[in-house]
Design a protein around this ligand. Structure first.
Ligand code: ATP
Ligand code: MG
Length: 326
């Protein structure tokens, strides 16, 4: 008998007024994995997470957490999960430890248990030395660690993290990744959202690529990259008419080492066996097609952004940058 998944989501949909934020979304999360929802701003990641943590009712579809329905058994689900919101809730006057004490009261943890648990969580996220400073003065990374410690207070079996490293500097991000990996080692299932390709690639065991409320692809970053088949050559063209692009695509398909061609913003994404023969031949072919001016050519091994382009038709890197931590 197969073990049921930690989370099962089936045909989930959410409409806010007239905005269809989540459409027919299905996925399953296995026990003990770090599962990432990767997508641009407005993709529907936070909405999906809020449905799973029972604070938002789906318009259609169902979701279960450890076998419990998020709508019909919301109270049971709440006892099994922890949640760290995308927006920070740091009080102006409380210290890090006092924040945790406040949360412990909200979760009705017995006082003595709370004190011991708070000490161990402060240690886990590396905030012991700063625990008695007013948290308003913490750096962005420290505030995020405090958020995570608060989410861990109720001993969750599944922890939901909404954009755990949004706007943080590189060092703080690596540090948070390390803490998330430690939680996985302790057997906690993690579901997180991210706008960052490298975070999805390096931290998550499996990801769902979400765009405009829909799941476009699911799998491990490694499998998703392998499924592209071949290395990538990105052509950037200027002023190419659709006839010229069509003619160029046909000509490129005739080259023996070209495996696949997909359109991308202002150019083509070409999958090839290797760079040596492909690059000169692609340049030559492009220059021979009237009406195609080659503005740039870029070669790279398969990357998660290529997966994103292959499934959504656009690059996640073209999105405007996320707002920085203030
Ligand atoms: N409370 C709300 N009322 C109306 N529309 C909403 C509400 N919350 C979200 N939306 C809309 O739903 C869509 C999905 O939003 P959501 O916050 O789930 O995206 P996201 O993937 O988390 O984006 P981000 O990366 O910016 O956090 C967007 O079009 C957003 O404007
Ligand atoms: Mg969000």
């Amino acid at each position: 008998m197969s073990i049921p998944a930690a989370i099962e989501v089936s045909n989930l949909g959410k409409v806010y007024d007239s905005v269809e934020a989540v459409k027919n979304l299905s996925l399953s999360v296995q026990h003990g994995e770090i599962f990432g929802l990767l997508g641009p701003n407005g993709a529907g990641k936070s909405t999906t997470l809020r449905i799973l943590i029972t604070t938002l009712r789906p318009t259609t579809g169902t979701a279960t957490i450890l076998g419990h329905d998020v709508v019909k058994e919301a109270d049971t689900v709440r006892r099994l999960i922890g949640y760290v919101a995308q927006e920070r809730a740091i009080d102006r006057f409380l210290t890090g430890r006092e924040h945790l004490l406040l949360f412990a009261e909200l979760y009705h943890l017995p006082k003595q248990e709370a004190l011991t648990r708070i000490d161990s969580l402060l240690k886990l996220v590396g905030l012991e030395e700063d625990a008695d400073r007013v948290a308003k003065g913490y750096s962005g990374g420290m505030k995020r660690k405090l958020d995570i410690a608060c989410g861990l207070l109720p001993h969750p079996k599944i922890l939901f993290l909404d954009e755990p490293t949004l706007g943080l500097d590189v060092q703080s991000r690596l540090n948070i990744w390390e803490h998330i990996r430690q939680l996985k080692q302790q057997g906690i299932t993690i579901v997180m959202t991210t706008n960052y390709l490298d975070e999805a690639d390096q931290l998550c065991d499996r990801i769902a690529i979400i765009d405009r409320g829909e799941v476009r692809a699911t799998g491990s970053p490694k499998d998703l990259k392998a499924s592209l088949g071949g290395d990538g050559v990105w052509l950037t063209l200027s002023d190419a008419t659709s006839e010229a692009l069509e003619q160029l695509t046909t000509a490129l398909h005739g080259l023996p080492f070209v495996r696949a061609i997909r359109p991308r913003e202002s150019g083509l994404d070409i999958r090839v066996d290797g760079p040596e023969k492909a690059l000169p031949a692609i340049m030559e072919t492009t220059n021979a097609v009237a009406g195609c001016r080659l503005d740039g050519i870029e070669y790279h091994r398969p990357r998660l952004d290529d997966v994103f382009v292959a499934h959504t038709g656009r690059s996640l890197k073209d999105e405007p940058p996320a707002p920085a931590e203030t």
